[in-house]
Each structure stands twice: as C-alpha cells, then as structure tokens.
Design a binder for this molecule. Structure first.
Ligand code: HEC
Length: 205
C-alpha cells in the first residue's frame, strides 16, 4: 500500500496546485442570514459559508465535479456540482501505460482515475439520500476523512482522494465542510464501484 499512499499525496498536491483557474465564484459572506435572523441561523449560515470557502480552496470540485468541454476548453459542469463520476459515462478499459515514470490515466471528466490501485471514480458528495451523502452524519464524514476508510470502518479510500492532507482538517472545519455539502443541490448519480488493478485481475483468472 506504500506506493498507493504516496500516489495519493502527489496527485492531491498536483491537482491543488493546478486549481488556480478561477473556476468557482468566491464564497459570499453570510449575507443570507439577514438582519432579522436569529443567532442560531446566523451561526448555521456562517458555518455553511466557511464550508463553501474550504471546499473551494481545497479543490474538491477539481475531482468531484465532472469537466465538460466549454468554449475555451474543459470547464466544470456546475449543473452536476460535486456529484462525482457521471454514472451514464461508459468507459473503455484503461490504457496500458508503457514502462517508465508515467503512472496514471485520467478520464476527460477528471472523475475516473486509473493507476496502480486500479480504477477509482470520484464519489457523489451531494445530499442525495440514495447515491450521495444524504444519509451520512457528521460523524460518518469525519470518520471517513480521518481514517481514510468508508464510514471509518469500510474499505480503504483509494487515490487520488487526498486523505493524507484532508485528515488534518480541524473538527470545526470538518463540520463546516460537511454542513456546506449537505446544503448544496442533491444530484441523483450512482457512482460505480472501483475496479481492482489489472495485474490483480489477471492473476485471479
Ligand atoms: C485529487 C482528486 C480528489 C480531490 C481533490 C478530492 N477528492 Fe474526494 N475522492 C476522490 C476519489 C477518486 C474518491 C473515490 C475513492 C474510492 O472509491 O476509494 C473520493 C472519495 C471521497 C469520499 C468518500 C466517499 C465514500 O463513499 O466513502 C469523500 C467523503 C470525499 N471524497 C470527499 C472529498 C472532499 C470533501 C474533498 C475536498 C475537501 C475531496 N473529496 C477532494 C478524489 C478526490
């Protein structure tokens, strides 16, 4: 698992470094709370605004919002914001790479990744109850990000999800990110299960 872990570190860093494109609107201040709002509502709106800011600068959209072709090149399809790898996208088998330092192939949407760990598909982070995080609690979310395992106890979360960096979110930031994710439009999109590495598949046949 060591190389897989390292891959997660380097790709996460690359993607975050590349995310200088002004793709996402700056988070608005918590103006939605308004002057009439009760203190509890202001706190909730502040938390969501902070979560939006964190999701923006931590570049969750880079991998979890599919790219589409726009007039000046690929751009995130914000009608499917943070809904993960599109279920209707049929992918041919991942290409076999020549020997050498090239390690990873990525689908044009930036949502399917083939590497030494197999093929991973970015998750649906919207609050859809069946295909997204709608039934998750803050505890499920925090346990996943801190442990690198689905719900803190399931299978290991594969690269390039930057768990090694995100596990350092403070509890407060973790809550803000989760609150924001629960506030965005739900998108029904069932992301496929990951595929094992080709070598592993071949040796079991
Ligand atoms: C470099 C690409 C990348 C970035 C950036 C990224 N993710 Fe992911 N994420 C993935 C991939 C790929 C998976 C699926 C891994 C798997 O199936 O094991 C994933 C899985 C997840 C899961 C696990 C879902 C589950 O069902 O267990 C959560 C939660 C998640 N990401 C949240 C986030 C959040 C929040 C951010 C931003 C703070 C983020 N991701 C940024 C690639 C990324």
């Amino acid at each position: 698992m060591k190389s897989t872990h390292l891959a997660g570190v380097s790709f996460g860093a690359t993607v975050i470094a590349l995310s200088g494109f002004a793709w996402l609107a700056q988070p608005k201040p918590a103006e939605a709370a308004g002057a009439e709002a009760k203190p509890g509502q202001v706190a909730a709106a502040d938390k969501i605004a902070r979560g939006k800011y964190l999701v923006t600068i931590a570049a969750c959209n880079d991998c979890h919002t599919p790219l589409k072709m726009g007039p000046t090149g690929p751009e995130p399809d914000m009608t499917r914001m943070l809904s993960g790898h599109p279920e209707m996208m049929e992918l041919p088998p991942a290409p076999t790479l020549p020997p050498g330092p090239w390690l990873v192939s990525v689908a044009a949407t930036n949502t399917a990744w083939s590497g030494p760990w197999g093929v991973s598909y970015t998750a649906n982070l919207t609050p859809d109850p069946e295909t997204g995080l709608g039934k998750w609690t803050l505890r499920d979310f925090t346990a996943t990000i801190r442990s690198g395992r689905h719900m803190g106890r399931g299978r290991a979360i594969l690269p390039p999800m930057p768990i090694p960096m995100y596990k350092n979110f403070t509890d407060e930031d973790m809550e803000a990110v989760f609150s924001y994710l629960q506030s965005i439009p739900a998108v029904k999109n069932r992301v496929p299960e990951p595929l094992p590495p080709v070598a592993a598949t071949a040796s079991t046949q």
